[in-house]
Design a protein around this ligand. Sequence first.
Ligand SMILES: [Zn+2]
Length: 103
Amino acid sequence: MRRPKQEPQRTCVACGATKDQRLLVRIAHGPDGGLSIGSSPHKSGRGAYMCPNRECWAKGLKGTRLEHCLRTKLTDENRAALLQYLSSLQESVPNGKIYTKQE
Ligand SMILES: [Zn+2]
């Protein structure tokens, strides 16, 4: 009973996994039309959440999933910011092992 308070749960918009909020990356639409990614100083606005791995970001960036969740159209600038964040993420590798192709 070390954690009496339950962590708020959020759902990744890409893979649909439900996790503790702090384990997901928050994407929110700022008042200036830009996106705030990660920890946000503003708590206002609609936010979407995604797992911090490339697979989910690539999936989330494809199509209109993210736009739908944020209820906005993503501008080229928004996408560029998301892609930049994506490039800083780790490749999701199960158990930290690199798969090698074996027949
Ligand atoms: Zn995910």
